[in-house]
Write a protein that binds this ligand. Sequence first.
Ligand code: GDP
Ligand code: MG
Length: 402
Amino acid sequence: MERQIKKTNLPELNVGVVGHIDHGKTTLLSKLSGKFTDTHSEELKRGITIKLGYADIIIYNDKGHYNTKKGTPERYISFIDAPGHEMLMATMLSGAAIIDAAILVIAANEGIKPQTKEHFTALQAKKIKNIIIVQNKIDLVSKEQAIKNYKEIKEFVKGTIAENSQIIPASAQQEINIDKILEELCKLEIPKRDTTSEPIFLIARSFDINKPGTKISEIKGGVLGGILKKGKLKIGDEVEIKPGINIKKANQQVYEKITTKIVSLHKGVQSLKEIGPGASISIETSLDPILTKADFLTGCILSKKNILPEITHKLKIKYELFNEVLGLAESQKKKVDPIKAHEMLMLNINTTITIGIVEQIKGNELTLLLNIPIVALKGENVGIARNISNHWRLIGFGEILQ
Ligand code: GDP
Ligand code: MG
């Protein structure tokens, strides 16, 4: 019991795992969350945490040896699973919106690649200062190659927020230095959490946890997964979700907010009465699960009733462009052309992705008309991507003005 209480009070951190294709992100994540199989079966029974709980771990310190099984519990970590290398830049950015820290995986045998640069720039632009660099696949290189690669990484991060980040040589596959990475995760600074403002919950996932054939009387309401950025939420709270659902009204597509009630709250395998900002959580609502099925509400924001601003199709931002288009191979290097009137851009705001047509450009300010309306919160970071040869490429960042 005492241990349980301790566990619920652990410092919490949301950590993203990023890096180039095949550099070992998924392998590393599975090794870091070593107890995956047990958690999995337990969660299968519980149903509710299956999607989010997957990569939640508690790090223990066993007389200086960091692990996920025994010793004194030190930290609760929610890994935000980067959905593989195919990962769209937009998905990466949505993920970056909800992380406090990141592990940048660089394979020692390949070094810095286009996606390494792209992801790293996105982390910088999202002002993620807590970065651990894992020099992976160390088992594949000679000592000389490892040193050369280490120097290359040092050069890459010179003058950036990651200048003094730890670079941990490791082999995810051979399980070398996994404990060192866990130890480093315990050293990262925990950001200050704002528990007094009105709640802002960013929906990163939504799902229906009922198995086919569940009796009507036993059907669970729709479940939302994501991050409480600030404030508190408790069981019984009447809440509002915006932009909500897209419906047809008088031949027009409009968005209508959804109101519901919090039925239960979960963090990993724990059920809680009240939750403050920290690790990933899941919220069971009284909504018809049809509404939350298959990530239907991903990108929406939840708060208490009458707190969120009206949704808007018009967005005004101040922006900055990168010099170079990110994510391209060295041979395809390309400068970023200025933004033009009427051009179509993809925007990422929190966990939302929308398309905007440029209506007006004035100095470093842009006004855009959005195809999907958003909840525009002043000061929020906006990722700007342009379609270049059929790929959305990150070209700059902005901030919502109002
Ligand atoms: P991701 O695309 O970054 O998620 O990379 P994966 O985790 O899918 O790994 C890509 C390939 O590299 C897989 O075949 C892994 O087994 C392999 N791999 C991952 N880590 C290591 C490592 O440390 N050493 C070696 N030799 N192979 C690794
Ligand atoms: Mg992967």
